[in-house]
Design a binder for this molecule. Structure first.
Ligand code: SF4
Length: 180
């Protein structure tokens, strides 16, 4: 895995899916074969295959702090072009830092992930009634999952994650489409 720390120019982007999207990372360790976000690779200069590089926007929280004051409140989708809780988030905590800013300002947030790492932030997510967590489960068959989502967590782990979030009183739903 090639990891590069970069300084982004902006972070709170307008979106057609939600009002805004925040992507703390470019690239995604899960490396799903169907990932629509792989088009972004051609703007990065990376030659590695999708799933084998990540650009870490180390200034994402600083940018968000600045940009949130200038924009009209709206729902933020995390993340659109990467899984905000892919494994590297355990080290950099950029998704967590961005969420802290959004929640402090009471912005509504929709988080989409396949990752169990989101349970690390349960106590943070509990601080807002305006948060929804979407867990993607595209198949119940582990063999199929291994073909299409080779480095994403197993289905059972995702179901357990949903259960933990639900038990913690966090609004959850399941995305069954082939998406992030
Ligand atoms: S988890 Fe989402 S963003 Fe990451 S590779 Fe899979 S489809 Fe793409």
């Amino acid at each position: 895995m090639i990891v590069r720390e970069i300084y982004a120019k902006s972070i709170l982007s307008e979106s057609k899916v939600s009002d805004y999207t925040v992507n703390p990372y470019i690239g995604c360790e899960h490396g799903c074969t169907y990932c629509y976000a792989r088009f972004i690779k051609r703007f990065t200069g990376h030659s590695e295959p999708w799933g084998e590089f990540i650009d870490v926007k180390i200034n994402a929280p600083t940018l968000l702090q600045r940009e949130i004051s200038k924009k009209k409140m709206g729902e933020v989708w995390m993340s659109g072009l990467c899984d905000p809780y892919q494994p590297i988030e355990d080290k950099y905590k950029l998704t967590r830092s961005c969420l802290e800013i959004l929640l402090k300002r009471k912005w509504p947030v929709s988080i989409q992930t396949k990752s169990t790492l989101i349970t690390r932030d349960i106590s943070l997510l509990q601080q807002s009634r305006n948060i929804e967590v979407i867990i993607t489960i595209t198949t119940g068959d582990e063999e199929i999952r291994r073909i299409f989502e080779p480095k994403a967590p197993p289905i059972e782990d995702r179901i357990r994650t949903l259960e933990k979030l639900h038990q913690a009183g966090i609004k959850t739903c399941v995305m069954q489409l082939i998406t992030c």
